[in-house]
Ligand binder design. Structure first.
Ligand code: ADP
Ligand code: MG
Length: 283
């Protein structure tokens, strides 16, 4: 996925005109796990809509596998097969009578043969940890967390090589959150590209290879979690935080510890404390 000088203006020429994206350029390599962070209204959702060709660039260019999505005659079905987008609160978009029909919706639109559709529905439900029997149930009979999993299964059923998720854990309890994050991680471990918008600095620190930081429609920073979370002041200035363990490491150092500067996950912290406290920590 590559974006060049992309600008997006909502309601141009009206009193509500908003520049949601302002000259954004970025490049994502195959197999990367990208975290996208930024304050509310910074342009995250608008940015990912372009990657799935839901918006077509008027100013700038969006490429997927070298194909310019704004060019005339682009095969959008092929692009949507390649790129799967899980919207924020995707469960609100369940609409079929049964779970099975809902999950089958995407593969059907791709024009896959009946037998292949059935197989991909089965596979996708298994991937999100739902019993096959649930395929006969109404999506509305499920719990919130289950509905979200059904909605995600509907995207995974198309086996996208690039999976984009807009705050996939928003509103879920800790169990539901872990479940979804593990699922995303598993998808990535199979070599797929992930682009995940998140409010959780902890989650992106733990999972992302690189982080894009959006601020007022601009791509303000990009880098590895280490690079991004070492800029605590810059992040705070644009309404963002560092992971809690990063702050904690700073406070422990103020108390006389000598922990390294790149502690961003619980794992980092555990290792650093074990090293600092020697054998005692292991006991
Ligand atoms: P984020 O996902 O980071 O919260 P969005 O991409 O949703 O940001 O929004 C970026 C800006 O565009 C915000 O100022 C928002 O109010 C505005 N915006 C988003 N969607 C629309 C829309 N459909 N019509 C008008 N303005 C919009
Ligand atoms: Mg958003």
């Amino acid at each position: 996925v590559e974006i060049k000088h992309l600008t997006h203006i909502y309601m141009p020429g009206s009193p509500f005109e908003t520049k949601a994206l302002d000259d954004v350029s970025l490049k994502i390599e195959d197999g990367e796990f990208i975290g996208v962070i930024g304050h509310t209204g910074s342009g995250k959702s608008t940015l990912i809509a372009y990657m799935d060709a839901l918006e077509r660039a008027k100013e700038g260019h969006v490429f997927v596998n070298g194909v310019d999505l704004g060019a005339s005659g682009v095969n959008l079905t092929q692009i949507r097969r390649e790129v799967g987008l899980v919207f924020q609160y995707p469960e609100y978009q369940l609409f079929e009578e049964t779970v099975g029909q809902d999950v089958a919706f995407g593969p059907k639109n791709l024009g896959l043969p009946e037998a292949e559709i059935a197989a991909s529905v089965k596979r996708a439900l298994a991937l999100v940890g739902l019993d096959e029997r649930i395929a006969q149930a109404s999506p509305f009979a499920l719990s919130g967390g289950q509905k979200r999993r059904v909605a995600i299964a509907g995207v995974l059923a198309m086996e996208p090589n690039v999976l984009i998720l807009d705050e996939p854990t928003a509103g879920l309890d800790p169990y539901g959150r872990d479940y979804i994050l593990n699922l995303v991680k598993t998808w990535h471990d199979k070599g797929r590209t992930i682009i995940m918008v998140s409010h959780s600095m902890e989650d992106v620190a733990r999972l992302a290879d690189r982080i894009f930081v959006m601020n007022h429609g601009k791509l303000e920073m990009q880098g590895t979690p280490d690079e991004i979370f070492s800029k605590e002041e810059h992040l705070r200035a644009i309404g963002l935080d560092v992971p809690q363990v990063t702050s904690l490491a700073g406070r422990l150092n103020a108390l006389g510890f000598d922990l390294p500067g790149n502690i961003h996950t619980m794992d980092d912290m555990e290792k650093a404390l074990c090293a600092a406290l020697g054998g005692e920590a292991r006991a």
